[in-house]
Design a binder for this molecule. Structure first.
Ligand SMILES: [Zn+2]
Ligand SMILES: [Zn+2]
Length: 282
């Protein structure tokens, strides 16, 4: 078993378990947003910004961050990429426990049953669901819920979910970057609407709608676009992803045949067992 105490991750968390060090990272980020042209801050200026009087004490904390979270240059100190990630996590998670949404009704109806869709937010997960149990969900940071209108939250959620799904379809876990196995065995039970997979490394689960995998192909996206529909920007519950779409599964080899009927026009996309589009017919 790996020694958790001495792992780089544990060491990283240990380095960050101090208010002064977190304040240093915030001060460097604040400086950068104010003066993007000169990202580095000199020692004395940085100490003044953080508000630590004891120079030796401040120097000690700064040294702990150097290398991993802060880079020392000839002009002073600036955030390293891992430092940016820490600041982003602090900023997006800082409303923890206060982000409330209640149960808000969406203007769109459930694409599966026509029932009212409602959005709720709990434990970092935004759920859009109808009373019949049809559900769309993904994690989103509390800060998004705290500082946006419902429309703004849904826009951000839709963009993030699109990005996460495309990442997963391409075979990467959007949370921990592990390789995701997306290979459907013949005869394995798979819904013809979506494919489920799970990351072996971080445990995150994904339900990938087959129409999302099909629509990422530029030929399929262009077909929708000919009818004035930017399919990539539509929320997952948009009826245009369901009503005109008919998905059939074939075995040996596994293939999903996605037929899309828009007005008098028809496009058929064939997806393989890894959800890659292998053929498009008009
Ligand atoms: Zn429903
Ligand atoms: Zn993962």
């Amino acid at each position: 078993m790996a020694d958790v105490e001495s792992s780089p991750v544990a060491q990283g968390f240990e380095v960050l378990s101090d208010e002064t060090r977190l304040a240093i990272l915030r001060a460097l980020a604040d400086h950068l947003s104010g003066e993007p042209g000169s990202p580095a801050v000199g020692f004395a200026d940085l100490r003044r910004r953080v508000g630590v009087r004891d120079s030796g004490n401040f120097s000690y904390h700064l040294e702990q961050l150097e290398g991993q979270f802060v880079t020392k240059t000839s002009d002073g100190y600036r955030l390293a990429p891992a430092g940016f990630e820490v600041v982003a996590a602090m900023v997006t998670g800082s409303y923890n426990g206060e982000a409330q949404l209640g149960s808000l009704e969406l203007s769109e109806a459930c694409p599966h049953c026509g029932d009212i869709l409602r959005a709720t937010y709990e434990e970092g997960i935004l759920r859009v669901a109808c009373g019949e149990g049809h559900e769309f969900r993904n994690v989103i940071p509390p800060a998004v819920v705290a500082d946006r209108s419902l429309e703004g939250i849904i826009d951000c959620w839709t963009a993030k979910t699109r990005r996460d799904l495309l990442f997963a379809i391409d075979g990467h876990c959007p949370f921990c970057y592990a390789r995701l196995e997306l290979s459907i065995e013949p005869d394995a039970h798979v819904d013809t609407k979506e494919v489920e997979t799970r990351c072996d490394r971080c445990g995150a689960g994904f339900e990938i709608p087959i129409i999302v995998a099909a629509a990422r192909d530029p030929r399929v996206g262009a077909f929708y676009f000919e009818y004035g529909i930017d399919i990539t920007a539509r929320p997952l519950w948009d009826p245009v992803r369901y009503e005109p779409v008919d998905i059939t599964r074939r075995e040996d080899p596994v293939r999903f045949e996605v037929a899309i009927q828009l007005e008098g026009d028809r496009l058929v996309a064939i997806l393989n067992e890894s959800l890659a589009v292998v053929e498009v017919r008009r």
